[in-house]
Design a protein around this ligand. Sequence first.
Ligand code: PEP
Ligand code: MN
Length: 375
Amino acid sequence: MIIELERGRQSTLDQIRDLAVRFGNRIELSEGTGVFDTILVIGDNREFAARIDFIRGLPGVQAAWEASAGYNNIARVVRSRDGRAVQRERRIVEVRGLDGKARRFGAGKHIFICGPDSPQTLEQTLANARLARAIGEKFGVLDRVMLRGGAYKPRTRPTDWRGLGMKGIAMLDAAREDTGLPYVTEVMDHNLVEQIGEHADMLQIGTRNAQNFDLLEAVGRFGKPAILKRGFGNESEEWFYSAEYIANQGNLDIVLCERGMKTLFTKGGYCRNQPDLNACTHARKQTILPVIFDPSHVSGDHRIVSENALAACGHLVDGTITETIHTEEFRQDQLCDASQAMVMDAYSRLVEAILNFEQHVQPHLLAINRMNSVV
Ligand code: PEP
Ligand code: MN
């Protein structure tokens, strides 16, 4: 539902806001160019929309219309059935660390998420976190560094190691306590969203659960920021609708993550999943959500992770989530995704390269985009 309201009509605005809250929705207000502001009603707004005639009659309301069906909560452009359109601002998703600094996805600066595939020991988890912090300090980008680590692991084979569960979460908590860095961790079961979410700063929905609708809705209801990986066989539209499942519960703090797909061509062993970099650009144009890239799971081999990460920077992603290892000696003991983890000193060079790209190359890309009217 989109409402155009004369600027300064405070009591009508309050009335619309109250009505939205009554039905579990909330409003997003954007200043229009003329004398009207635009109000978007966020969430599953069927009950609210049933009152459209009442809304139209409120003082100062110029127009109210229902958005045509689609992923309206996250769409960059929301259209009515009769062709009217509202373009929305891109969203910034904030994750604050214990260090008091907010990591701002979508604010124009690359966010660096790194850490082990999975916490296995306290020593390993702390070592990764301390090295990540040191990299952030070295390049003056601590407010852009975040940790990752999946304590609950989706595994193809039931006999494979599946993570330490809450014990692993405790290690991530300790790493946060030690370094002040916030962390993201995967949740696979809608019954565990609260239990894990009370600890984690950000929740990750993995590729295998990208269309687990109960899980998406539970993460939406919980309300903490989330990374939504694209399903390895999902079309971009399906990915956006998965995000809409979260957003429809009122949580718009979603970061989309491209992590490669299974294709006919991923069998030769030279790449684990085929990256779809154009999907990153497409997602940025179609949705208001920040878009990040996972160079680790597309690669499967730590020696090609940096190429993939830099390639994604060419598609103007808002960040990367990269699997790291604190020391080469640990690789033989890593129980999941051992071969794709980047050693921290190599990762440090990658961070430096991305920062150089951001400073020297990205302005040219943005200028070309402006020439092509791409936003
Ligand atoms: C992971 O991040 O370790 C992971 C399992 O990712 P994906 O869901 O993309 O395979
Ligand atoms: Mn992994």
